[in-house]
Design a protein around this ligand. Structure first.
Ligand SMILES: *[C@@H]1O[C@H](CO)[C@@H](O)[C@H](O)[C@H]1NC(C)=O
Length: 333
């Protein structure tokens, strides 16, 4: 039965990474991953996320939540937090017990993995949309919509069976509804306010160029690295003059250890065509002052010019000194 409030969800977060999406939607969601190795061995992992930032962890040994940020409790009182934590503790216990009990009825074979995601998302107009979905073995399985369990097509008859089994448990549906449509939106607004300074901090990117492995004879891969920025949305492309290069390949935005981001953007070109290309970076922290790095005459050219100027200066100084001495000797004689 309760395959339970099953395991929720698998949200598809709009990638919010484009030039126009500096103010994308933001969600709070709880993720659970449970690995059932055999009838006696189960590993449960739970975590709470604000967008891409983990703010809660679940300690399976002690059966309690850890708050990873000073503001992770949002504007909830300690009492309310303990109440929600207690709900999760009961849920996790029941979920694991029921899964083990229903393995045969549902014809699920060990080992298997259940992933769930549930939460709510604030959109730019102010609307908050809640979601809850579960996956079995990496495929969508069931979701919660309009107060009922909806089997995913990928879940087949097994998912239908789970929803049928769950249907009589009105209390569970009621609790899930309350958590999704009341608790989550209230918590989300509170935690966004409580964590504002951290979430909206602006950290400028650093950018540098390098060449990647050659994509083929006579060709170059130009790599533009952008690192250390916050928040995540950033726009980076290769340009020739004012012309965006359509073949620019954008990597995934990856996390640095210090809660800033890293991005790598590459362009394959014929070796003779690299001159005149530049990498352009736009980010909210730069206040409209884009970073532009030119291929071929970046820092190294600067150092060469400096070296030439310094050499010339030394030469002229020596020459002046020689003349000065020469004149001094002449005046003595
Ligand atoms: C269950 O799985 C765990 C982890 O893979 C393993 O260590 C243990 O021996 C298994 N137990 C049984 C009864 O198969």
């Amino acid at each position: 039965m309760l395959l339970l409030l099953l395991a929720l969800i698998a949200v598809h977060f709009p990638a919010g990474d484009t030039k126009d999406a500096f103010q994308g939607p933001i969600s709070f969601h709880v993720i659970q991953i449970s690995s059932f190795a055999n009838s006696t061995w189960v590993k449960y992992q739970g975590s709470g996320w604000l967008g891409d930032l983990q703010i809660h962890d679940w300690d399976s040994n002690s059966g309690t939540a850890t708050f990873l940020k000073p503001w992770s409790k949002g504007n909830f009182s300690d009492e309310e937090v303990s109440h929600v934590v207690e709900l999760f503790r009961i849920y996790i216990f029941a979920f694991i017990r029921e899964m083990k009990a229903d393995v045969n009825a549902l014809r699920i074979e060990y080992p298997f993995e259940i992933q769930g995601i549930g939460g709510c998302q604030l959109h730019s107009g102010g609307a908050i949309v809640s979601f809850l979905r579960g996956a079995l073995g990496g495929l969508d399985f069931v979701s919660f919509k309009n107060s009922s369990c909806v089997p995913a097509p990928e879940g087949g008859s097994r998912a239908q069976k789970v929803c049928t089994l769950l249907a009589p448990y009105k209390d569970i549906f009621h609790t899930v509804e309350k958590l999704l449509y009341e608790t989550c939106p209230r918590y989300l607004l509170g935690v966004l306010e409580a964590g504002k300074a951290d979430l909206q901090r602006q950290v400028k990117p650093e950018a540098w160029l390098s060449s990647g492995p050659s994509p083929g004879p006579g060709r170059l891969q130009l790599v533009c690295h952008v690192s250390g920025f916050h928040p995540k949305p950033v726009w980076v492309t290769w340009m020739r003059g004012e012309q965006e290069q359509k073949d620019t390949q954008r990597g995934d935005v990856l996390p640095n250890a210090d809660e800033t981001w890293y991005l790598r953007v590459t362009l394959d070109v014929a070796a003779g065509e690299a001159a005149g290309l530049s990498c352009r970076v736009q980010h909210s922290s730069l206040g409209g002052q884009d970073i532009v790095l030119h291929w071929g005459h970046s820092i190294s050219t600067g150092w060469i010019i400096l070296a030439i100027i310094v050499s010339c200066l030394i030469f002229f100084l020596c020459f002046a000194l020689w003349i000065f001495r020469h004149l001094s000797y002449q005046s003595i004689l």
